[in-house]
Design a protein around this ligand. Structure first.
Ligand code: FES
Length: 101
């Protein structure tokens, strides 16, 4: 049994400037994580947890996140993408196919 209904890990890994792999931090991951956390709180989703993650090894598609227990991975680049994951995945239990990795 899972402690949370949805446990979300958002990669906020940062590499040095110029690193060939890039990183999610340079693609606004911190702000998107903060936005997701604030929306989850505003919506009162008490059994949802949003945590930072290190590199999830999908750097070229970042910012990346994975949601458990489903084990579904997303590439969310904008606040609108985050809203769609919240509205469809978290609230309706429907994966957002267009954002899946
Ligand atoms: S830096 Fe985010 S997946 Fe690698």
């Amino acid at each position: 049994m899972s402690f949370y209904k949805h446990h979300i890990f958002v990669c906020t890994n940062r590499r040095e400037a110029g690193n060939s792999r890039g990183c999610c931090a340079e693609k606004n991951a911190d702000a998107l994580r903060d936005y997701m956390k604030s929306r989850v709180k505003e919506l009162g989703l008490e059994k949802v947890r949003v945590n930072n993650s290190g590199c999830l090894d999908c750097c070229d598609l970042g910012p990346c996140m994975v949601i458990y227990p489903e084990g579904i991975w997303y590439s969310c680049k904008t606040k609108e993408d985050v809203d769609e994951v919240i509205n469809e995945h978290l609230l309706k239990n429907e994966a957002v196919k267009r954002l899946e990795i």
